[in-house]
Design a protein around this ligand. Structure first.
Ligand SMILES: Nc1ncnc2c1ncn2[C@@H]1O[C@H](COP(=O)(O)OP(=O)(O)OP(=O)(O)O)[C@@H](O)[C@H]1O
Ligand SMILES: CC(C)(CO)[C@@H](O)C(=O)[O-]
Ligand code: BAL
Length: 317
């Protein structure tokens, strides 16, 4: 057993994780789960802090889930540093880590990363059960990553079954994901309270993200156009300087393109139901952005997401 494991239990199988959680619950403890893909930063640790405020024990999961990546995406180069993650979680006062090697049935001869969308059912013993939130998963990230939310909902469902949390904490950087999971929990009657926490930013405004580590120094600087665009929109809407969603989207898109980013989407949607909107004042408005910037290692691009809620009337759920 390593030093970290003595201080912070690290479970690698569903059975061991579940047994630990059940023991906690039997002792009357409330359990919170913070699902992550690792390479932890202060944004993740803010979720652990929020979880500690809402439960007696906190489990963080670290798992780069292959089913939410398409074959052409960055599964293989996704940043990973489990030893550092465990040290950060221990320092943050987390109580256990769930770090499974795989959450899918092992198919003979197939690597974990090859168990991605479109390939699962090719082997008769493959994983073939998936969870989808039909409408909410369609816009934004669901448009450019059509496989994505099916993978997220499936793995979150598995994590909920294994960790049996009373509370699960997510970040609003992945705003649509938070909304989708709230709907999943409501529709499938999970006894889990879902909490969405605010976006943590670097001092210069860039939303913290594990993928930031893959940006070149120049891309890191250029990527500030995203948070600057969001801040511009917040100011412009507050002052009444813009009235149409299309105006806001066009301006933010222009800022990103000017900075050399490749826009995936800049969209304004109803912040609660992610439906279309025609004005900026009669409902809270989600302004969501996804854009690509060149990677540090010359290996393709890094896709960053960020968002803000305009005309926010304090409604979050
Ligand atoms: N800057 C942030 N502020 C608050 N929560 C965050 C932030 N970044 C990530 N999270 C939340 O942490 C949880 C785990 O996310 P994940 O491990 O994918 O990290 P990430 O930084 O979003 O990585 P990626 O670079 O893949 O977007 C999610 O609920 C996510 O919304
Ligand atoms: C929720 C999640 C851990 C599922 O793999 C992932 O999508 C993430 O890190 O946001
Ligand atoms: N939080 C990001 C998950 C993903 O991009 O796969």
């Amino acid at each position: 057993m390593s030093t970290e494991e003595q201080e912070l239990p690290v479970f690698t199988t569903a059975a061991d994780m579940r047994a630990w959680v059940r023991k906690q619950k039997k002792s009357g403890r409330k359990v919170a789960l913070v699902p992550t893909m690792g390479y932890l930063h202060e944004g993740h640790l803010s979720l652990v802090k929020a979880a500690k405020e809402r439960a007696d024990v906190v489990v963080a999961s670290i798992y780069v889930n292959p089913t939410q990546f398409a074959a052409h995406e960055d599964f293989d180069v996704y940043p990973r540093n489990p030893a550092d993650d465990r040290a950060k979680l221990a320092a943050a006062g987390c109580h256990a880590v769930f770090e499974p090697e795989s959450l899918y049935v092992a198919v003979p001869g197939a690597s974990e990363g090859s168990n991605v969308v479109g390939r699962e059912t090719q082997h008769p013993d493959s994983h073939e059960t998936f969870v989808s939130v039909e409408r909410l998963q369609r816009p934004l990230c669901g448009g450019s990553r059509p496989h994505f939310f099916r993978g997220v909902c499936t793995v979150v469902t598995k994590l909920f079954h294994i960790c049996e949390p009373d509370v699960a904490v997510f970040g609003r950087k992945d705003y649509q994901q938070w909304r989708v999971i709230c709907r999943l929990v409501r529709d499938l009657d999970f006894a889990v309270e879902v909490v969405g926490m605010p976006i943590c930013r670097e001092a210069d405004g860039l939303a913290m993200s594990s993928r930031n580590a893959r940006l070149s120094a120049e891309s890191r600087e250029r990527a500030l156009c995203i948070s600057r665009g969001l801040a511009w929109a917040e100011g412009a809407v507050k002052e009444g300087a813009v009235s149409k969603p299309e105006e806001v989207a066009a301006h933010v898109r222009g800022l990103i393109e000017e900075a050399g980013g490749k826009v995936d989407y800049v969209e304004l949607l109803h912040a609660l139901n992610l439906g279309p909107i025609s004005d900026l004042t009669s409902q809270p408005v989600l302004l969501a952005v996804a854009a690509h910037f060149p990677a540090r290692d010359g290996k393709g691009t890094v896709r960053l997401i960020d968002n803000t809620v305009l005309n926010n009337q304090g409604e979050q759920q």
